[in-house]
Write a protein that binds this ligand. Sequence first.
Ligand SMILES: O=C(O)CCC(=O)C(=O)O
Length: 221
Amino acid sequence: MPAGIALVPGLVHVPGYLDGAAQARLAAELAVALAAAPPYTPRMPRTDRPFSVRMSNCGPLGWVSDRAGYRYQPHHPVTAAPWPAIPPVALAAWEALSGYRAPPEACLVNLYEPGARMGLHQDRDEDARDAPVVSLSLGATALFRYGGPQRSDPTRSLRLRAGDALVIGGPARLIHHGVDRLVAEVPDLLQGAAPGPLPDFLPPGGRCNLTLRRVTRPPDA
Ligand SMILES: O=C(O)CCC(=O)C(=O)O
């Protein structure tokens, strides 16, 4: 795995994992995927309240939420079309960072406008919890919050910037985490490229996060 910072055992931050050129390639690949699987507004189970984040997915399975609950399904909840393939740049990140023996099956795409947030939660709808979740960020910086396996565990925050990767695995696989808010920052010139035009799917000041997940247990080798 490329050098990263272990924030707690199993939670590894790799700042600037994607350089400017790789971010641009991923954004171009995602633009094609999102044209096939348009972002939509998921709703909370039971309350039916809308998320502030818009979502889409790539891969054989996609994570969805609606009044009936959270689940993975092979098709888009609005268009009913199968999800498009996982972008090659994201697949390469999984191969480099996950240390897992099987490919990811879902790539959840979260789109944040300024003002959007994601409450503290665990990623626990996957059967293959021995696989990590691998996160990649594009666009604006997020104030990411993480705690422990118990909701009441103390939390800390971390700035996730464009190009950063975060691996949530091992003893950290079931930590609570979320996004408090986006943070307006001067673009970080150390990321290797001048910031280019925002891809069409990102509003001004917006952010895109991808999380790659293995959902089903792979057959034993
Ligand atoms: O946007 C992020 O960095 C966090 C995304 C997240 O927590 C999730 O997709 O489960």
